[in-house]
Design a protein around this ligand. Sequence first.
Ligand SMILES: [Fe+2]
Ligand SMILES: [Fe+2]
Length: 149
Amino acid sequence: MDIFEVLRTEHEKVNKILEQLQQTSSRATGRREKLLQSLGANLLPHMYAEEQCFYQILLDETSEQEDVYSALEEHRAATMVLSDLTDAATDDPRWMARLKVLKELIEHHVEEEESQIFDIAHEVIDKDRSEEVAKRFKEMKKEAPTVMA
Ligand SMILES: [Fe+2]
Ligand SMILES: [Fe+2]
């Protein structure tokens, strides 16, 4: 799989967990906790590795840095909202409100990443390189923090 396929597959997984979270009721506290843990375990290493070995290439080798910096700020925002969501009691009415904000943020981010950011990346990452980047991405994920700093 090349880096674009790897990222798309991981985006689908994260979006699916967000859908599942949205369908939980405030009584399903155990399920909310379990799904939230799975969200963090998928999302945090994804963003970390993406920044280290995908965005970094774009910052180093392309002139279109504005979109990359916006995407980086969206990662920061998602991390903060995820942290707030984790802090909220699963049966608190604010819990679902925070989840909705996080879900919208991530859906928007993924949409832009797979369009604008991928377009920029295709200018400097050809087929051979994209498989190399995918390998590094997977290595980098192992080093990534899985809990919030
Ligand atoms: Fe991503
Ligand atoms: Fe991202």
